[in-house]
Design a protein around this ligand. Structure first.
Ligand SMILES: C[S@@+](CC[C@H](N)C(=O)[O-])C[C@H]1O[C@@H](n2cnc3c(N)ncnc32)[C@H](O)[C@@H]1O
Length: 238
């Protein structure tokens, strides 16, 4: 039964949204199915997934983790900048996927940063993952380095500001990957937007307009996890 069926039979829209909450981007069955296809035998990632689940730390979902892993193998970036490290799961995933890769990651929550540091040490990534503790809105201004991939997974209402700060730090031919761009279906569907999320939704839509219209980029929005955007930064001759 579709959402419209309930709405047309007089069920309050907010209740229908609740019933269909996790179905709004991709159906639960499809998500479960594509997640079940991720065959991985990796103690480090499993331990981190386990910790995140027990401690309610939001990390990328398993099918998204496989998508990122695949991208790292295709793009073969040497330097990745990540905004939003949490316990270091995605940073370790990326570093694990390419032994040449160095990751710089920014995290503003001191407790998360502490756990991430311990994880980088415990699993042997101290040399290849640099953690900057602070607010990305501030820290990005001090970063002079350039990167061939940027992964934005922090502060959903600030993607626009992050984008203005990072765009000059990406080599032509590089990519910008962003998580949560469809934010629980709310970005595409006004009926799902909760009042207190209106500002985030407005800002995220504006961000998507910017990256989809920017002539320097080729952007594709993918309905996986909470929605991801992948932007290629064009070279002069592209
Ligand atoms: C979804 S979690 C990151 C998950 C991580 N990328 C992973 O998949 O393993 C988002 C993190 O971004 C951090 N964060 C939010 N806003 C931030 C900001 N402005 N600067 C730095 N970190 C921020 C939060 O503290 C949180 O730990």
């Amino acid at each position: 039964m579709t959402r419209d069926f309930f709405v047309n039979h007089g069920v309050e829209k907010s209740w229908v949204s609740l019933i269909y909450f996790m179905d709004e981007i991709v159906s639960k069955k499809t998500t479960e199915y594509i997640t079940s296809l991720v065959k991985r035998d990796d103690d480090t990632l499993e331990a981190l997934e386990d910790y995140a689940s027990k401690n309610m730390v939001p990390i990328v979902t398993k099918e998204v983790s496989r998508y990122i892993e695949t991208l790292i193998h295709i793009i073969k970036p040497k330097k990745v900048l990540e905004l939003g490290c949490a316990i270091g799961y995605s940073a370790i995933l990326m570093a694990k996927s390419n032994k040449e890769l160095k990751v710089t990651t920014i995290e503003r929550d001191p407790k998360m940063a502490q756990v991430a540091r311990e994880n980088f040490k415990r699993y042997g990534y101290e040399d290849r993952i640099e953690l900057i503790e602070g607010d990305a809105l501030e820290e990005l201004k001090n970063i002079k380095d350039e990167f061939d991939m940027v992964f934005i997974d922090a502060g959903k209402s600030h993607y626009n500001e992050f984008y203005s700060d990072i765009v000059s730090k990406i080599y032509p031919g590089g990519v910008i990957l962003c998580d949560n761009v469809l934010y629980k279906g709310m970005i595409a569907d006004d009926d799902l937007v909760k009042r207190r999320k209106k500002t985030i939704v407005k800002r995220m839509r504006n961000f998507l307009d910017i990256i989809c219209e920017d002539e320097k980029l080729i952007t594709s929005v993918i309905p996986i996890g909470d929605g991801m955007s992948l932007s290629y930064v064009k070279k002069e001759d592209d």
